[in-house]
Design a protein. Structure first.
Length: 114
């Protein structure tokens, strides 16, 4: 019976400490999650940098295709210069401005200097 009396006399006290602790922990976790998300987006290896790197890769790929085309054109010109005498003469006259012996070259200059 003594046990009953003790239990009747003890009043239950509401425990508010764990509730405040849970709020503080949850707030810290939300702030930490926000900071991690912000770092993932704007950090040196984040989504923003990834977007720029993909764009740069696409530009390099396009440039590489254009350079390959130009390289093929130059290879065909080299082959023609090595094998075709008439093409050699035409190309030298056009690109280097050479003339044959006893030929006159007229150069016309426009009014705007071109």
């Amino acid at each position: 019976m003594a046990v009953r009396r003790i239990s009747k006399n003890i009043k239950s006290v509401p425990n508010t400490t764990p509730n405040k602790f849970n709020k503080i922990i949850s707030t810290l976790l939300i702030v930490a999650l926000f900071l991690v998300l912000l770092w993932d987006i704007t950090g040196p290896y984040g989504l923003w940098k990834l977007h720029h790197l993909k764009h740069e890769r696409d530009n390099i790929f396009t440039s590489n295709i254009e350079l390959d085309k130009r390289n093929q054109e130059l290879k065909s010109i080299i082959l023609m210069l090595q094998s075709n005498r008439q093409f050699q003469e035409k190309w030298i006259r056009k690109k280097l401005g050479w003339v044959k012996k006893d030929e006159l070259l007229f150069v016309f200059i426009s009014k705007n200097g071109e």
